[in-house]
Write a protein that binds this ligand. Structure first.
Ligand SMILES: [Zn+2]
Length: 400
């Protein structure tokens, strides 16, 4: 089983420079690989595989000699990550985005990561002369596999270290109605369960978000240096508070319920509007779902997903009648079929639970419970054309 640990690191100035070079190179290669893949696909319907793109790296290094200064595995991994983003797109995620040059950033180190516990140093490729000071606030349990080095816009450095605990994940619990909840992730409240429990963003997080909104507005009017710094600090504060809240809530829900049913997040993306609060909720939802998923694996719980096509908000959870007129602003509604008065979000959560369970128990008698969570909720089959490796290359799309 894999587990990730995150530690603050304290690089020297020259190490900071080398980290910046790695982040820049990884971003450059990621974007170039994405562009190459797009161009080849649009031009000749060729779908480059990850391997096709990695094969071109030696040629690219001749064009861009500065790429030789960084760990070659890190830039290979950048291509692999771009490919993973593409595969997620084929599974119903968003189209991979180009990485913008920002004040923060990160880069991957897929292997050869070591931690010297005696000197508290992180030892990674291209940083061989001297390790990077690391604050090992808790012991690393397991075999180190890979790491990601990141820097925040406020200039703090971190290493996320992935380890293999060399233990098997616990067997999944059996699925039954009593120990299952449906969860609706909302805009007004953060999450609502099919039992009618409502979890809102905590007050301190909402306050920090309000302050962030205020400073954001101020910054968009007068782009001052101090306001920019303040904005970065507030973003970090909100991100930390939010993460803390998401960790607490996901742990609580996993402890209390053997099975949690969710809607695939693409549903939420369809109703997206582009304000700040919305952007923050969007980011929170996907982080929250991934937390639920890995914590479910640790504890042997199940996460069941229902697809985009089940109208969980508009269906009456009592009689099944569809209310086509229901709009996003309607918080409460009365069913035209059976007369039940519904709270919009609780009704949706109840439906999510029953759709997910119906999917499990109807027709297909799957005996192996362990397979269930991966079988449900797949949006579209991965329909990738076979790579042929002709036409288009990194050098074709290289910015001059
Ligand atoms: Zn009804």
């Amino acid at each position: 089983m894999f587990k990730a640990y995150k530690y603050r690191i304290y690089p020297t100035n020259s190490q900071k420079e080398l980290i910046a070079k790695h982040i820049g190179s990884a971003r450059f290669v990621y974007n170039l690989a994405l562009e190459t893949k797009n161009t080849a696909y649009l031009g000749s319907k060729t779908n480059f595989s990850c391997f096709d793109l990695i094969k071109q790296l030696p040629d690219l290094k001749k064009e861009c000699p500065w790429l030789k200064e960084v760990n070659s595995q890190s830039i290979q991994q950048a291509i692999i990550n771009m490919d993973i983003a593409f595969k997620q797109f084929f599974k119903g995620g968003g189209f991979p985005k180009f990485k913008r040059k920002t004040s923060g950033g990160s880069y991957p180190i897929p292997q050869n990561v070591m931690v010297d516990t005696n000197t508290s140093e992180l030892i990674i490729p291209k940083f061989k002369k001297k390790g990077i000071k690391i604050n090992l606030h808790r012991e690393i349990m397991g075999e180190i596999k890979s790491a990601t080095i990141s820097v925040t816009p406020t200039g703090k450095y971190f290493a996320s270290i992935l380890v293999d605990t060399n233990t098997d994940a616990p067997t999944k619990a059996s699925i039954n109605e009593q120990t299952t909840i449906g969860l609706d992730l909302g805009i007004k409240d953060f999450a609502i369960t099919s039992d009618g429990e409502v979890f809102d963003n905590p007050k301190h997080l909402r306050e920090a978000m309000d302050r962030l909104k205020f400073v954001q507005r101020k910054y968009s009017k007068h782009k001052g240096k101090r306001t920019k710094k303040r904005l970065a600090q507030l973003h970090e504060k909100v991100a930390n508070k939010r993460k803390d809240f998401l960790h607490k809530l996901s742990t609580q829900l996993i402890r209390e319920n053997q099975t949690i049913c969710l809607e695939t997040l693409a549903v939420k993306n369809m109703v997206k509007n582009h304000n700040l609060a919305q952007a923050i909720s969007d980011a929170s939802w996907s982080t929250f779902v991934s937390m639920l998923e890995y914590k479910a694996d640790w504890h042997g719980n199940n996460i069941l997903r229902i697809g985009t096509f089940a109208p969980s908000s508009k269906t009456c959870s009592c009689c099944g009648k569809l209310n086509k007129e229901l709009e996003l602003k309607d918080r409460e509604w009365t069913c035209g079929g059976c007369g039940t008065v519904h709270d919009r979000d609780i009704n949706a959560a109840v439906n999510i639970k029953s759709f997910a369970l119906k999917k499990i128990f109807s027709g297909t008698e799957r005996k192996n419970q362990e397979e269930l969570p991966t079988l449900v909720g797949v949006l579209t089959p991965e329909a990738q054309p076979i790579a042929s490796g002709v036409g288009g290359s990194f050098t074709d799309v290289l910015p001059s």
